[in-house]
Every structure is written in C-alpha cells, then in structure tokens.
Write a new protein. Structure first.
Length: 225
C-alpha cells in the first residue's frame, strides 16, 4: 500500500484530496501546517507528497528544498496561481509535477499514479543495480553517479534522463519520448526543458559528457564505448 503525505492548509481541499486518495487505496497522512508537515515527512516513510505552496509556518518551496536535501520522494506541488512563476519555482526546487487550483481531484490522482507507476517500471526494468563504462559508474538503486571514482551530484530529473538513456543505450531518444516518459503525458510546457536538463547533465558529467550524443533535430543517445 502506498503512503501519501498531504500538506494543505485549506481544510476543505485537504479533506477532499484525502478522501480521493483513500478511495484509491492509499494510506493518507494530512497536515495543515508547514512545520508539522515537514515533521510528518521526517517521521514517516512516504511514497508521495502533495505539497501546497502557501502554508503557515513554513511555505511549500522551503519544505521542498529541505526534502530534496535528503530524499527523491515524488512531490506534486499545488499552486493557487495560474501564471508560470510558481511552476518555475517548483521545478527550481526539484518538484516532480504541479497542479493549479481549482483542480479536478481525479486529475491529481492520475498524476500521482503516473509518477508512482514510472518509478515502479524503473525498478522492474533494472536488470542490474550498477552500470559501468569508461570510468563512469551509475548506481541505479542508490541513484548515485561516479566519474573516475569521484561522485557527481545530479538533480533528480538529470539522473532520470541519464538512467533512461543508459537503459536505451545506442538508441536515439526523441525529446518527445523523454518528455512523455519522464515529465508525463500531461506536460504541456516547452520541449526545450529537455535541452536545458541535458545541458546541466553534461556539465555534471564533466569528462564523460561526450557519452551523451546530440542527434540534430531528433534527440539524444547514450553511446557506450
């Protein structure tokens, strides 16, 4: 059974989300305060977090930043603003997805299931926990990357891209496929977000950046030596 932590200060919305997740078989923890919500994260092993932006005591962005220092648990940010500012801030703090109020709870459930199913598919597809080539070592299980025995810290989405390319090595992967598989089919932003993350990934790979090839006007591939 999946356990979801909902941090939402609006009681009506919080209880509505809780009811929908409970009906889908989730174990639910509901908190209305930012500090108490973060404490609940620290004291429970959760599979998913639904995180409101505007919270008393500690805002959602600050909570996301603290969580990302210790965990890659999926986070869906809930924002009351329809402009791009909150969404961009959320991605800066490495949240996985977002939804704007007012929203259909069934859409939120679909987003949550999509995130969790992708994580499960990764686990099932991993034939080995460790991938090594040309002084590059990737630990899929622990989500760690080593270059010439020195660890390189990747953002969650950068690791997801690297892993997907490795699992499909020597095959050209389009931007559209990366968006659908890693951002979700309901992502409607620019596909250039892939280019941005690839650029950051290459920077973090340092001397091994050349392993990720660009196929002009198509996408990217990981070419093993």
């Amino acid at each position: 059974m999946y356990k979801v932590l909902i941090i939402e200060d609006d009681k009506r919305i919080g209880n509505l989300i809780k009811d929908y997740f409970s009906k889908e078989g989730f174990q639910v923890i509901l908190e209305e305060d930012g500090i108490e919500g973060y404490a609940a994260f620290n004291s429970n092993s959760v599979n998913l977090i639904i995180l409101d932006v505007m919270l008393p005591s500690l805002d959602g962005f600050s909570i996301a930043k603290r969580i990302r220092k210790k965990s890659n648990v999926p986070i869906i940010m809930v924002t009351a603003r329809s402009d791009d500012e909150d969404q961009l801030m959320g991605y800066e703090f490495k949240v996985d997805d977002y939804i704007t109020k007012p929203f259909n709870p069934e859409i939120l459930i679909a987003k949550a299931k999509n995130l969790l199913e992708r994580l499960q598919l990764y686990k099932e597809k991993d034939n080995e926990d460790i991938f090594e080539t040309s002084d590059l070592k990737v630990d899929f299980l622990k989500r760690r990357v080593f270059i010439e025995n020195e660890e390189s810290i990747l953002e969650p989405k950068q690791f997801d891209i690297l892993k997907y390319l490795i699992l499909n090595k020597n095959k050209v992967i389009s931007r559209e496929e990366l968006l659908n598989k890693l951002w979700g089919y309901d992502y409607f932003g620019s596909d250039r977000v892939v280019d941005t993350q690839i650029r950051k990934l290459r920077k973090n790979l340092g001397s091994k950046a050349y392993l990720i090839k660009t196929v002009f006007s198509v996408g990217y591939s990981f070419e093993e030596e």
